[in-house]
Each structure stands twice: as structure tokens, then as C-alpha cells.
Design a protein around this ligand. Sequence first.
Ligand code: GDD
Length: 428
Amino acid sequence: MRIEVPINSERLGAVHLFDTVDVYELDSGLEKSVSEVDLGWHQVRHVPFDEINEIERRMAIVVPCKDERLKLLKGVLSGIPHDCLVILVSNSAGVPVDRFEMEREALEAFCRLLDRSAIIVHQRDSGLGAAFVEAGMPELVDDEGRVRHGKGEGMMVGVALAKLTGRDIVGFIDADNYVPGAVHEYVKSYAAGFAVSPSPHTMVRISWSSKPKIQGGELFFNRWGRTSQVTNRFLNLLLSEITGFGTEIITTGNSGEHAICLDLALLMNFGSGFSVEPYEYLNLFELFGGLAESPHPEVMRQGVRVYQIETRNPHFHEDKGADHLQEMRLQALNALYQSPICGPRTQEEISAFLGGQGTSPADDATAVTSYPALANLDWNRFLERLASVPTFEQFEFIESAHVVTRAPISFPSVEGDDEGHRREARPA
Ligand code: GDD
């Protein structure tokens, strides 16, 4: 892949935020061009295939999925590069049709046919809820003892599982993407972003070149989604108010497609539901923006880098209607409004905007929750409990010609159990 090297950037404390750069070639071959070899630097950086592949081997891709059409999910899976580990976190219905079982079967067949490994779990499995409670994260669990509904909550489950696999980068890909080629480009771009970053604390976010819509019977390539343009505007305003300099650097406030070094993801607080993506920016500023004493001085010293990469494929996904968009916008803006780093001018403008939509940030029903960092989880407890979570399953791949199978997560051996753990029957 060949991507542009960002020149402009903004800094807030230890957070180094780079301008959005383009993908120039999806596949740039194996060899560096002569000028790249000679100069050692180049405006457009070639990231060789083997470097991308080496990073993909370190990457777990979490696919949050709630009642998506199976054909879309299968297409998404086919776009995730072979050496990434897939973690499917489902919140799909069990009735009237058991959609989770359909997803499980599709993932199992995908792994069996293609010699891949993957993990699946149902977010609302009470066993999983118990595992989080026992491991010290009761906040994530509701009164029924289950992990709360919500995309952010599903992503946290994915990050926790990724940590147990030993992969050190976690990426996210929505399950409702119509274009497997776009999914493929997103993951390659994650890898290219990590390849150019010198920091162990890196986040790579995708900005789509367009979001096509049919308007008046014609295909129109919208530049920005209706939620993204609002979130980006207010995130930039928030940043401008803090620094005193106007900026439009953030183009990926709502980007569902992004990847984070796992160690950084474990230190972060995740926001609930659809506030999760803009909340990541806020949380980086809160933790590492130098506005308050950071709980992680080592990360402050090394710095956090955020890359934004504009991909070539159009972002073409399920359209879930105006109410859904309104809900997403609300959750994003509430996250901003409620953040301790949100200044009065930005708060005022958010209030005015929401007022125009017939709502307000003070509305309790739209309050955003954020969760403690996963780093504090008791991992041994979590692992112990996970072995008996009914919907948790891992599919193992065949490793080269030697036919060695290796489950993504290794459980401590239990006497008489060759696989290292016992699985209980799934509930009907
Ligand atoms: N596990 C889990 N749990 N997954 C969920 C849940 C949940 O409670 N809710 C939604 N998902 C999954 C969906 O199935 C889909 O794969 C993904 O999360 C995104 O949810 P959508 O409901 O399809 O949102 P969207 O496509 O309209 O919005 C996407 O793009 C926005 C930017 O335009 C999301 O990625 C947003 O987070 C993003 O801000």
C-alpha cells in the first residue's frame, strides 16, 4: 500500500493529531521505488506487503454485530485479511429466529473452509456478564446480570477478548458493510498507519472518500455522513476552544472503522452505545492532553499519535433511517457536552444545535455513560470464568502443513480435559 505522509498536525499535550492523508495505491508491490530507497523519506510512503502482513498477524479485528443480514456479515468476513484474528461480538436476537446461531454457523464455516481462527460470543450471555463482574467490572453489567446493550459495550467485550489472545493491536469493523473490498482496504490502511507510526501508543482512524446515496434516482457520492459532519464540527470547536486556535483537523469523529494499540485501548475509558467513537477522542484529550495530571506518565512521555487515513473505496452500508441517525448524533454530542474538557462556548453551541432538533443535552434519557479502563480487570478471574460462558466459542485454525491446531485463547489445563477447558452446552 502507498499512503501519503502527513505534514500538518495539531498537538494537545501528549496527543499528536495528524491531518487526514490519502491512500495512493492499494497495492504498491514489494519493492521500494528508487527515490524512496535513496532519500529514506518520501512524501508518499510505500509500505511493503510483508510489513503490512507482519502487522496483520498482530491484529485482532472486532466485528460488533446486531441483527445484520447474514449476507452482509459474510461479505465483511471475506474482506478481513487472512492473518487477522476475527472476534465477533454479537448482540443479535435469539427469537423468533436464532440469528446468533446463524452467525455462529457462518463463522464456523468461514474458519473451517479457510483455515482461519476466530472467536464468537454473545454480548448478552449472562455467563459473560458474570465474568466481567467477578473480574472487577460490574459497571458494564445491567440489573439482569448481562453486559449492557450498546455498540461501545460490545467493543469493550471485543477488546477484553483481544487482550487474552495476545494480539497487540485491536481494530473494529462494522458488520453491515456492503463492500468487502472497502473492509479489506480499511484493515490494510490500519496496518499502513501502524507501519508509519514510531509510537507504541497509536490510533488509526478511517475517513471514507464518500458515502454514496441514491438521490432523485441518481447515485450521489456524499463527502460526509450526516452524523459525521456534525460530530467533527463540534469536536474541532472543542479543540479550538482549548487551544485558542481554530482547527478543522478532526475528520474522523464518528469513525466506526479504527484500530488502536491494545495497550492504549486498555488504558482508555470507553463510552456507551454510539458515543463510543467521539468519546475516544475526548478521552485521549482528557487522559493525555495535559489538561489535568495524567494517570499514565509513561504514556505522556512517549506520546500518543492519531492518524486519519482517507480510503479509496466508497463507504456503502445499511441505511437505518432518520431516527437512528438522530440517536447517534445525540449520543455523540452529549458525550462532548458532558466532558469535563468541554468549554462554555462549545457547550452553548451544542445546546443551540440540539435545541434546533427539539432536544437538549440535559435530557437524562440521552445521558452517556463511560466505563472504567479494562486495564484494571482481573485477567485470571476473567479467563477462568470465560471457559464456561455458554456462547463463547473459538474456532481453531490449522497451522501450516504440520497440522498444529492452536486456539486463539489458551486456557489453563483442567485435568482430564485435553483441550484445556470444558465447554458447557449453549442455552436453547
Ligand atoms: N455487539 C453489538 N452490540 N453490536 C452492535 C450493537 C450492540 O448493541 N449495536 C450496533 N451494533 C453493530 C451493528 O450491527 C453494526 O455492525 C455496527 O455496530 C454499527 O451499528 P449501526 O447501527 O449499523 O450504525 P451505523 O452504521 O448507522 O453507524 C456507524 O457509522 C457511524 C458513523 O457514520 C457506526 O459505526 C457508528 O458507531 C458510527 O458513528
